[in-house]
Design a protein around this ligand. Structure first.
Ligand SMILES: [Fe+2]
Length: 188
């Protein structure tokens, strides 16, 4: 865990607490707080919890971000993606196969590889095989591979867009949507 004693110093500076004031608030000895500030002792979680409870600060004020792309890039191999496989069901039936793709801890982007497991014989947006979600908070960009049907609800009306390799779409938060495939011979 990236707990930094320097973070405590910053908190005390911001809240205008001298070490003796902080010791009193945190119910620990002045020696202990001085040891923490001079890096002789570790800042323990109990002290952090007490600080968060009594001061207008958050747990995050004591932790550093961990940069997992220090070189500016990351690579994720196919076999790593394979290990993250999980099947999502809709209506009790397998509907999507999800796999992780490369992600950075610092990036707000959360890409994934989705394979549609529901194969449809027609392109009706009212097809009972199509299971819509309620949308979600994240904005969604989708880049399509293969013959995929993209369903969405616009003004309470179900719509479908027939997508193919190279096509892409964007939806804003809470647009109900779904995906199926028109054929899926090479299902993985
Ligand atoms: Fe989505």
């Amino acid at each position: 865990m990236m707990v930094s004693n320097i973070k405590l110093r910053k908190v005390l500076n911001d809240l205008k607490r001298r070490p003796e004031d902080a010791a009193k608030d945190l119910k620990i000895s002045v020696t202990k707080i001085n040891n923490i500030l001079s890096n002789k002792s570790k800042l323990d979680f109990k002290t952090i919890s007490r600080a968060v409870k009594i001061w207008p600060i958050n747990y995050g004020d004591f932790f550093s971000f961990y940069d997992d792309a220090k070189l500016g890039f990351k690579i994720m191999r196919h076999n790593e993606s394979e290990k993250s496989k999980r099947i999502m069901k809709r209506g009790g039936k397998p509907y999507y196969l999800y796999k992780d793709t490369v992600m950075s801890k610092l990036s707000p982007f959360r890409p994934e590889l989705i394979t549609e497991l529901e194969v449809v014989a027609n392109d009706s947006p009212k097809n009972s095989k199509v299971r819509f979600n309620n949308g979600h908070f994240l904005h969604q960009f989708t880049y399509f591979i293969g013959p995929v049907n993209f369903y969405y609800i616009e003004k309470n009306r179900k719509k479908v867009a027939k997508m193919n390799t190279g096509d892409s779409m964007y939806i804003s938060p809470y647009v109900c949507h779904s995906f199926t495939t028109r054929k899926n011979k090479k299902s993985c």
